[in-house]
Design a protein around this ligand. Structure first.
Ligand code: AMP
Length: 400
């Protein structure tokens, strides 16, 4: 099958066309500045094509993607009819426990979830509708949720101690995010260890611009650091992560801030950007830390300390740990963060290999020493492939 994986943001849209039989990426690309002016960067093999195209809405962006995929010069299929199905990354899946086929019923449920994640779910639902319209009703559209992997968490892990009316009426609970990535790397870790996933206790660390850590016990998420929103847990590029909630009300009262002001500060002006005073990008922060910038060093130390604390907490939650996996932009590339996060975990059975770690970048690598009781691994994530696998399973009638 040729499956298109779509990952829509508020002003961007990433896609990959994947042949599910070979897992080959036939074409991929990115639309940016949707709603502003718009351009598409399309890639096929080693070639890159750049198109300026007005994209007042996501519809024009998807039309530009389809035009590129079917163009005689840069295309990879003769017509849209050759694309068999489409999988959409959807950030918030509420109580969906797995990826689902988009039907009138599942679409209505997804629309009701927009209030929980307006910036993400709004454009994602729009994109599904546009693909239905452009590809025709006979082509399966599948929604893969960032939250669904975490639906297996027990009540003591997902509940918040707030009045029951809010829990019931406003669906307040920990949902967790990055589920597709945590699911992918946990399965890959088991493969690399040559053991059934059902026998393993794994801590997966998805560390990127947004970061979350998950406890995966026997292949199921039993706790995760993001919460009701993707702003909880670790300090991130620009998101604050866990803070005392009364800091927010205190600052709102003192500085007469609106809810939208507070949102913007906690989402866009906090995290390692705020602590370092330099950048949200770990490469910039490390470069400045090396020049002696103490604030940059503090941002790095806070982040690594946060990861280490979560590894310890989740080892306790699972009653042990067999593997620790690092993935995403920072996790896959940044040996310094990985080493700092694992330093002091010898008591858990981690025998870290600093030398191998320093050279590990962007490919499957074991970064603990042979014989280490806990295996530490770098595993590049592949959310698109996971989505495509779900599309194929659903399109062939399997229940996930
Ligand atoms: P992601 O959200 O997974 O795309 O990760 C993006 C983030 O990964 C960037 O903002 C950087 O902070 C970080 N990153 C990417 N490459 C490197 C690298 N070589 N070294 C350190 N951090 C990196």
């Amino acid at each position: 099958m040729k499956v298109l994986a779509v990952n829509a943001g508020s002003s961007s849209l990433k896609y990959q066309l994947i042949d599910s039989d070979t897992t080959e990426v036939l074409a991929k690309g990115l639309c940016e500045r949707i709603g502003i002016d718009g351009h598409l960067i399309a890639k096929r093999g080693g070639d890159t094509y750049y198109h300026e195209a007005p994209m007042p809405t996501h519809k024009e962006a998807i039309e530009a993607v389809f035009a590129s995929l079917t163009s005689p010069e840069e295309g990879v299929v003769s017509s849209l009819a050759s694309i068999d199905a489409c999988g959409h990354r959807v950030a918030h899946g509420g109580s969906f426990k797995s990826s689902v086929l988009v039907t009138d019923e599942t679409m209505a449920e997804m629309e009701s979830l927009i209030e929980l994640a307006p910036l993400h779910n709004g454009p994602e639902v729009t994109c599904i509708k546009i693909c239905q319209e452009l590809m025709g009703a006979d082509k399966p559209q599948v929604a893969a949720f960032d939250t669904s992997f975490h639906q297996t968490m027990p009540a003591e892990a997902y509940s918040y101690a707030v009045p029951a009316e809010y829990v019931k009426n406003d669906r307040i609970r920990r949902y967790g995010f990055h589920g597709t990535s945590h699911r992918f790397v946990a399965a890959r870790a088991a493969e690399m260890m040559g053991k059934p996933l059902s026998d393993l206790k794994i801590v997966t660390c998805h560390l990127g611009n947004g970061s979350s850590v998950t406890a995966v016990d026997g292949g199921k998420s039993v706790d995760t650091s993001m919460g009701f929103t993707p702003g909880a847990g670790l300090p991130m590029g620009t998101r604050c992560g866990d803070i005392d909630p009364f800091i927010v009300t205190h600052l709102m009262n003192k500085h007469n801030l609106s809810a939208s002001d507070a949102n913007s500060i906690l989402n866009k002006k906090s995290g390692v950007l705020a602590v370092s005073g330099v950048s949200s990008d770990f490469r910039d922060i490390e470069a400045e830390a090396d020049r002696g910038n103490a604030d940059c060093q503090l941002a790095l130390d806070m982040f690594a300390y946060g990861v280490k604390k979560l590894i310890g907490a989740y080892a306790a939650a699972m009653g042990g740990v067999d593997a620790i996996v690092f993935t995403a932009g920072v996790g896959e590339n940044d040996g310094r963060v990985r080493e700092a996060a694992c330093k002091g975990l010898e008591f858990l059975g981690v025998d870290f290999d600093s030398e191998v770690n320093a050279g590990a970048r962007g490919k499957d690598t074991v970064i603990s020493k042979p014989g280490s009781r806990v295996q530490v691994m770098v595993i590049p994530t592949n959310e698109e492939l996971m989505i495509v696998n779900d599309v194929v399973a659903i399109a062939s009638g399997k229940t996930l």
